[in-house]
Design a protein. Structure first.
Length: 270
């Protein structure tokens, strides 16, 4: 189970991310491969050397999640298809993040801040498919989708994402940020609450259970493990319906129905 904390595809107004320098990333309205209107960022300074263009998202609340996932949909122009392009043309970009308790504002308009950018690198992201001008003219968009994760997060209530371009001709079509969790569940007549996954993709988080109404513990302790993919595993302990109650539909304990022999009851009363 995933919980989305940011998705640019649902934006109804400008995203308003911060770009540096001013002639780098540009926000534009565009269309995805299904011709839905979307807000995108693009950059294409491939004829100018020494590119270092930064794009900083708005502040994102992590909602106590320790590990965050980023799904990026993007297109990249094939450098070989651009006439007289510089050797510095790239077909990759870098993804970073910055943990913080609030929106970063100090110094972000200045050269010094970006020269010493305080971000942590997640990965260099390359396109599986790039497009040429011929492809683009024929509206054949080759959209790449890449997912990256980072953690553990613990230094702030949220974070910013940052994208660094070093000389590509590309568009960020959509950015979705989410975390994973195990949903609340009733198993073996015990209730286990919704539980966030751990700091690592291999983490197992213990969830303590409690017997459902009209049930009592049989084996203790009651616990279930939430794995890094948001799936429950390794149940330990169980409950069963108390005396006078019986299972109904596997997850409920209901009072047993009492049936009377009407004929015998009539004799007793006469």
């Amino acid at each position: 189970l995933t919980e989305t904390v940011m998705d640019t595809r649902t934006a109804t107004a400008e995203l308003g991310w911060i770009s540096f320098p001013a002639n780098g990333w540009e926000e534009v309205s565009g269309y995805d491969e299904n011709l839905n209107t979307i807000r995108t960022y693009q950059v294409c300074n491939v004829f100018e050397p020494s590119q270092n263009n930064w794009l900083l998202t708005t502040y994102i609340d992590r909602r106590a999640a320790q590990r965050i996932y980023v799904e990026i949909r993007f297109t990249v122009r094939d450098c070989a298809s651009i006439p007289s392009v510089l050797g510095s043309c790239k077909e990759t970009f870098n993804l970073y993040y910055l943990e913080t308790d609030r929106t970063v504002t100090d110094g972000i308009k200045g050269v010094e801040y970006w020269a010493n950018a305080p971000f942590l690198k997640v990965d260099t992201i390359a396109a599986d498919e790039s497009f040429s001008q011929v492809d683009f003219g024929g509206r054949l968009m080759k959209v790449n989708t890449e997912v990256r994760s980072f953690g553990p997060l613990s230094k702030g209530r949220g974070f910013h994402l940052a994208f660094q371009d070093l000389g590509a001709c590309m568009s960020l079509l959509a950015v979705r940020v989410f975390y994973k969790k195990c949903p609340s569940i009733v198993q073996n007549f015990a209730f286990f609450p919704e539980t966030l996954t751990g700091a690592e993709s291999t983490s197992l988080v213990i969830a303590r259970g409690s017997c459902i109404p009209n049930a009592e513990e049989v084996d203790v302790p009651l616990k279930l493990y939430c794995n890094g993919d948001g799936e429950w595993m390794v149940p330990i302990g169980s409950c069963s319906c108390k005396a006078g109650y019986e299972p109904d539909n596997g997850n409920v304990c209901r009072g047993k129905s009492v049936f009377f022999n009407k004929a015998a009851l009539f004799k007793l009363s006469s």
